[in-house]
Design a protein around this ligand. Structure first.
Ligand SMILES: [Ca+2]
Length: 228
């Protein structure tokens, strides 16, 4: 049962929050970005992330965003605001790196709103539980978090042994696996315009962030300390 409770994590508590702006391009398509749109004042942020509440997005706007990436491949389970945010995060990856977008789509089947983040890589399709705290922190952090856990899912599959339900824990969710996932997260965040402070923070991580009770290993007992 241990593995059903073991999850892998994202960091989020340490970095500055950034608002999110809903912009329209010349063709009228809605996009989301971390900085104000051209000609827009910073006070016009669509999603001030200090509080997660923000103006309701119409169904038509959500459809417009969803049409920008393949909903057939990643399902999003959450409220309308959450779906909009995750769609925007995925779209950010897609627009900046098709290769990484394809990787994410390949290794995550469902992104699900959940109080605590974690990757259920053993499920078919793999389910990424992703908290509001991490998802709404900023678009680039959200996208980086998705990339991070897609990599955990990839490691799970890559290290699976014939006849065994789970690969050795260390290979996909231990400290060395976390370092690999951080590395991938950094590479994606560089491509999508992640902030220097976020990237520096990740570079300085040693892969032990998930060991919240600091007993030298990551297991179910660390879940309680997860606040992201
Ligand atoms: Ca621990």
């Amino acid at each position: 049962m241990k593995y059903f409770l073991v999850v892998v994590m994202l960091m989020s508590a340490h970095v500055t929050k950034a608002d999110i702006y809903k912009c329209k391009n010349e063709k009228g398509a809605v996009t989301f970005q971390d900085s104000p749109c051209s000609g827009m004042k910073s006070s016009e942020a669509a999603i001030p992330t200090k509080s997660i509440s923000y103006p309701a997005t119409s169904a038509a706007e959500i459809d417009n965003i969803n049409s920008q990436f393949s909903r057939k491949r990643i399902a999003i389970e959450g409220d309308a605001k959450y779906e909009t945010q995750i769609s925007a995060c995925l779209n950010l990856i897609k627009e900046n790196s098709k290769e990484d977008y394809n990787f994410v789509v390949k290794h995550i089947g469902i992104i699900k709103q959940n109080p605590k983040s974690g990757m259920q890589a053993w499920k078919t399709p793999p389910v990424f539980l992703f908290s509001n705290k991490s998802a709404f922190h900023s678009l680039t952090w959200c996208a980086g978090g998705i990339a991070h856990d897609a990599y955990h899912s990839y490691l799970f599959k890559a290290n699976k042994v014939e006849g065994e339900k789970y690969p050795p824990y260390e290979t996909w969710a231990g400290f060395s696996a976390e370092r690999k996932c951080n590395k991938y997260q950094i590479s994606v965040m560089r491509k999508i315009g992640g902030s220097e402070s976020d990237i520096t923070y990740l570079i300085n991580q040693d892969g032990t962030h998930g060991d919240t009770n600091k007993d030298g290993k990551i297991d179910a007992s660390d879940r309680e300390g997860v606040d992201w």
